[in-house]
Structure formats: structure tokens, C-alpha cells
Write a protein that binds this ligand. Structure first.
Ligand code: PLP
Length: 399
């Protein structure tokens, strides 16, 4: 069967909720992907920030293969060793105290929202259910996570959603204060907004929000599903801010390609929120996924990956800054670490499509005008140079 037939078959059988690019990826090696004709693509998207170690990593594959042969599922009614090890490594890396593993990012957000509501309920009884979320945020597609996602056109067809959500302006403390009420139980935000266009939280803003939460006895939920797991140069982005959330969500790169997420809480939250019977999942934290998580944390140490990110990110930034200077349709570079965006005055969708189809360069967009780069964390200077050459070829056709 040829490519056209596969694409037709896909559209015949899959619900049409994505306008997919006409590319079939078959396998990957390092930071490169290969299609069904063995054509090579440079990957600066990592499957939306998931494949931190790139493709075909043998250390990772060996651990997963061994685990598949041993056991892949037990349910959460019993203990198993990969989950115990993964939980210990995640609490150590995040400085949080207790972990719950999920199957996705959205599900981690669901758990975080339930935990915040239960915390308020335990402390004050019913009634404190309001949540302050940020405009321009993205937290997922399930009903709860969609309710706190700050893009009206994602939410509107599905009203009524979860009630009691108020939207404040990101990085505007006055706007957060204006939305505070005696019913507020939590404030949720991404430490670095991803889908919304690569906006890091301002240091002062996040500190003030943290202080406000302490003063009011409400919880700070930081969504690091995209910006966590080394992406910004620290294991979690909040670790560059001198503060700590009450609830942290992670997913995407947490398992380097297996579907896994988690929310993690402080001791205080753990002691005053969910109890047996309040929450659960059949698959969440299964032996296969948590073996991957455990191995991911080990590989961060073995490869000294954070040091590597902190060395390579400035090199990428430098290359991007040259592009900002060179092309007048690029107005700005934004982001943190290996989470970078170029703000364009030309339609970003055209750039992403041209890059993929003409230059075999995989990149992402964020919103209407930001070219988003989430390369594997293991990229080298050579990969950045290859990126530069490919993206310049695309940009040259536009100027
Ligand atoms: C991707 C993402 C989510 C949703 O994760 P899924 O695994 O797609 O459900 C939530 N928050 C942020 C910041 C994300 O980038």
C-alpha cells in the first residue's frame, strides 16, 4: 500500500480531530525521524516535548524490553517495584513529597484540581471551590482541564464546563488579586506557558502569587507538563524561581514516549486532601510506564543531561537571535532553555508546513504567530547547525 492509500484509510477510520501533515513517520534514530521511504527529518519537536532522549536510545529500550517480558500491568490494588522506584526518584527530583501517577497530562491536571478542592473541603467544609486560572494557558482537553484552559474557543462548544473558574492575566498580579474571593481554593498556571506562546512567568509575579497563596491558605498548582523534566535547564522550571508549588503536574517527557503523567503534592496537602476512595486509575503508574520513568531519571544523571541543556540552550538562543536580526518578519525570540519560540509576522502554519515538507525539518507552532521549538534535550551543536541551515532555507523563500 502506498502513502496516499494509508492516508485515505486513516481518514476513513480515524475521527477527524487533527489536520495531520501528509507525512508517515516509520522510525527514529537519535534526533532524526525517518518516513516510510526512509527519508530523514531533523526533529525539533520531540513529539511535542516528549522524546527528551531522542529515538532509539538503547539504554532506555533495554529497560522497557526487560520490563515487558517481566510484567506490564498489575492494577493499583497491589505494589510493584517500578512504581516504588519511580515515585522515589520523582519526589527527590521535584522536592515534592507524594506522587500519583496518571496516564496523561490532562489526567494529572484532573487529579490536581480534585486534590485542591478536597484540600479546601477538608480545611473549610464545602463552598471553597473557585479556581483562578490564567488567560492564554493550556492544561488539556478533558472537561476539568479544559475548564481551566484560557483559550475561549477551545472551551466554548462544551459549556457548561466545571463551574467556579476565573481567568486572570498571566504575569499581572493585580488581575490575580481582582479574581480572588473567599471561595478561592487554588491558583493554577504553567511556570512557562507553552501552547500559549512560550511565556515564562515573571519572577516577581510568581513570588507574589506564592505569598498570596500562603497568606490566604490556598494552593498553588504549577503545571510543568511541558516545561518540566529538564526542558528549561533545571529538572523543573519552578526550581529557578526560589519558590515551590503545593501541587505540581508533569507528563510529556516524564516517560520519554510511554503514556505517563503524574501530580505531586507537599506533605501538608497529602495529609489534608485525598484519602482512599477519593481517586484512582486502572492503568496509571503501571509497571511498564513507571519503569520508563525510573529509567528516565537515571539517564538524566548518567548523561548529566541538565548540564548539557545548560550548555546547548545558549548556543541555540544565539542562533535564534541571529535569525531575529536577519529576517524582518521575525519580531522576537521568547522562551527558556530548550523551550524556545520565534514570533513571526507571517503565518506560522505555512512556515511549519514548508519546513516539514520542503526541508524535512520538524517544528511546532504555538498560537497563530509563534514558531515553537522543543528539540530533544540531547541535541548537539551539529544538530543546531543543521536546524539553522534548514530553517534559513525556509525563511529565505519568505523574504
Ligand atoms: C500537553 C499539555 C497538557 C496536556 O497533556 P496531555 O498529555 O496532552 O493530556 C497540559 N498542560 C500543559 C502545559 C501541556 O503542555
Amino acid at each position: 500500500m502506498n502513502k496516499k492509500d494509508y492516508i485515505e484509510k486513516a481518514e476513513e477510520n480515524l475521527l477527524h480531530v487533527y489536520n495531520r501533515f501528509p507525512v508517515i513517520f516509520d522510525y527514529g534514530k537519535g534526533v532524526h525521524l525517518y518516513d516510510e521511504l526512509d527519508q530523514e527529518y531533523l526533529d525539533f519537536a520531540s513529539g511535542i516535548g516528549v522524546m527528551a532522549f531522542g529515538y532509539g536510545n538503547e539504554d532506555y529500550e533495554e529497560v522497557l524490553t526487560t520490563q515487558i517480558k517481566r510484567i506490564t500491568h498489575t492494577s493499583n490494588l497491589y505494589y510493584h517495584i517500578p512504581m516504588v522506584e519511580a515515585a522515589e526518584k520523582l519526589t527527590k527530583a521535584s522536592g515534592m513529597d507524594k506522587v500519583f501517577f496518571t496516564n496523561s497530562g490532562a489526567e494529572a491536571i484532573e487529579g490536581a484540581l480534585k486534590t485542591a478542592k478536597k484540600y479546601a473541603y477538608t480545611k473549610n467544609g464545602p463552598g471553597d471551590y473557585e479556581i483562578i486560572a490564567m488567560e492564554n494557558s493550556f492544561h488539556g482537553r478533558t472537561v476539568g482541564s479544559l475548564s481551566v484552559t484560557g483559550t475561549e474557543h477551545y472551551r466554548e462548544p462544551f459549556y457548561p464546563l466545571m463551574s467556579g473558574v476565573k481567568f486572570a492575566t498571566f504575569n499581572d498580579f493585580g488581575s490575580v488579586l481582582a479574581n480572588l474571593s473567599d471561595k478561592t481554593c487554588a491558583i493554577i498556571m504553567e511556570t512557562v506557558q507553552g501552547e500559549g506562546g512560550l511565556y515564562p512567568a515573571d519572577k516577581e509575579f510568581l513570588k507574589k502569587v506564592r505569598q498570596l497563596c500562603d497568606d490566604e491558605g490556598i494552593l498553588l498548582i504549577l503545571d510543568e507538563i511541558q516545561c518540566g523534566m529538564g526542558r528549561t535547564g533545571s529538572m523543573f522550571a519552578f526550581q529557578q524561581y526560589d519558590i515551590k508549588p503545593d501541587i505540581l503536574t508533569t507528563a510529556k517527557a516524564l516517560g520519554n514516549g510511554v503514556p505517563v503523567g503524574a501530580f505531586a503534592v507537599t506533605q501538608n496537602v497529602a495529609e489534608n486532601s485525598l484519602v482512599p476512595g477519593d481517586h484512582g486509575t486502572t492503568y496509571g503508574g503501571n509497571p511498564l510506564c513507571t519503569a520508563a520513568v525510573s529509567q528516565v531519571f537515571d539517564m538524566f544523571e548518567d548523561y548529566k543531561l541538565l548540564d548539557h541543556v545548560n550548555k546547548i540552550a545558549p548556543y541555540l538562543e544565539q542562533v535564534l537571535d541571529v535569525l531575529v536580526e536577519k529576517y524582518d518578519f521575525i519580531t522576537e525570540r521568547r522562551g527558556l532553555g530548550l523551550m524556545q519560540g520565534l514570533v513571526l509576522t507571517v503565518p506560522v502554519k505555512d512556515v511549519v508546513t514548508k519546513a516539514l515538507l520542503d526541508e524535512k525539518l520538524v517544528v511546532l507552532s504555538a498560537g497563530k504567530d509563534v514558531l515553537r521549538l522543543l528539540p530533544p534535550l540531547v541535541i548537539t551543536e551539529r544538530d543546531v547547525d543543521e536546524f539553522k541551515q534548514k530553517i534559513e532555507s525556509v525563511f529565505d523563500t519568505l523574504s
